[in-house]
Structure formats: structure tokens, C-alpha cells
Design a binder for this molecule. Sequence first.
Ligand code: ADP
Ligand code: MG
Length: 252
Amino acid sequence: MGTVFAIANQKGGVGKTTTAVNVAACIAEAGYPTLLVDIDPQANATVGLGLAKDERPSVYEVLGGEVPAQDAVRATSIPGLSVLSAHPDLAGANVELPRRPGSELRLRDALAGVREGYAHVLVDCPPSLGPLTVNALVAADRVIVPVQTEYFALEGLASLLDTLKLVQRTLNPRLAVAGMLLTMQDGRTRLARDVEADVREHFPSLVFDTVIPRNVRISEAPSFGRPVIHHDPHCAGAEAYFELAKEVASRG
Ligand code: ADP
Ligand code: MG
């Protein structure tokens, strides 16, 4: 049965979507059927894989119980990679979900019907600790926490870790941190080296060995609707995501 990874951090712009899209693409490229679930109303992962963000049924209808997950899964142009796509209406789910009993379990229960078909399932979370992210954490076996290599990197991680512990205690005892991932590292600066040392010291053994460099090819790729490994397979960003995907798979 596929391991479910949630890619979570309530900060925006830390590399969650980029990591979800590129790790999913690398794992699929290696021959393992992979499902990417986009539960961010901004639908950046959906669009970054070349799909429209207003198609129905989307994960919104799946969370609402209107459609089983298998009827909403869409193929991508990458062999082996499927998507449960987002829709802007998901923004409303943040209000609607808490009004329904058992709403934290919606994604977990929906994925139960499809996850055996995949080696790995990756869930790209929105930048908040609201009901959508809680659904992802309840559905997940492992969490990947992207952390931007910048001065305020550690800020907010304490509340994220508190939320993880709460979910572990109450709703999902299986949940474990797969790793924290340093992203957008500008290797030439002293600051980048200091931040990396600081994060590794605070969270010994939790930080992935692979560090994702700041790389313009990574930021261009979504505008072409493809992951960086197809946009420019030999750039430093693509190579880093290939390495990371191996680490992620080994921590499943
Ligand atoms: P999040 O999903 O956490 O909000 P994104 O993955 O969307 O973050 O990344 C935020 C922005 O930074 C996007 O424009 C993305 O293309 C860019 N970006 C992400 N990772 C890198 C990187 N390693 N190098 C350069 N730009 C990056
Ligand atoms: Mg995002």
C-alpha cells in the first residue's frame, strides 16, 4: 500500500508545491506509480503539472463526499504520475469542513479507496494549519517540512510541530516526520551556511541530507506546466530533486 506523505508548513513560499511536484515526478520517473493530491485552493501544483485548475470533479467534490477519489483522479503528461486536482472552491472547504462531523477524516477515508494503486501518495498542503492541512496530516504516514534557508527559517516550526503532535495523539498515531528539507539555498552566502547549521543543530537527524539550491530553472518550470526534471533535467535543481526523491522513498 502506498505511503502517504504530506508536504506541510504554514508559511507560504517555502517550497512546498515545488517539492511536491518535483518529488512526485522523480518517483514516477523511476517507475513507481505516484499520486499527487493538491489540496491548496491556489492549485499551484495542479497548474504546475500542466492541468487546468477549474476542472471537476476535483478534490473539493471528493472531500465533500460527492465523488469517490478514483473518479476524480486525472492523468498527467508524465507516465506513472496521476493527480487529484485542486479547485479554487476549496477555499470554501475551510469553512464548510468544520461544520460536518468527522470532517478531519475525509481525505484519509477518500484515499483508502485508491492508495493501494500507488507506491507513493504526496499531498501538497495550503499555507495554513487549518482544516485542509489537518485532513492531510490525518491521512498521512509521513510529513515533509520544507524550510526556506533564510534568517527566519525556524520561526513557526514550533507551532507546526505542536500541531503534528496533537494530530499524532488524537487522530493519527502513525504520523511521523520524514524530514525537514532546506530549500532555496543560496550556497554562496555566509547566511545560508549559518541557517543550515542552525536548523541541523536544532533538529539533529530530522533534516534531509539533500539541500535544494536556489535555481532559476526550478522557478521557471511551472510556467511551462512541467516539473524541473523535464524542463532542464541536468540543472542543479533537477539533480537535487532526484537525490531528494531517493531519500524520501527510503524514509517511507
Ligand atoms: P509554497 O508552496 O510553500 O508556497 P512554492 O513551492 O510555490 O512554495 O515556492 C514559492 C516560489 O519560489 C515559487 O515561485 C517557486 O517557483 C519558487 N521556488 C521554489 N523553490 C525554488 C528554488 N529552489 N529555486 C528558485 N525558486 C524556487
Ligand atoms: Mg504551495
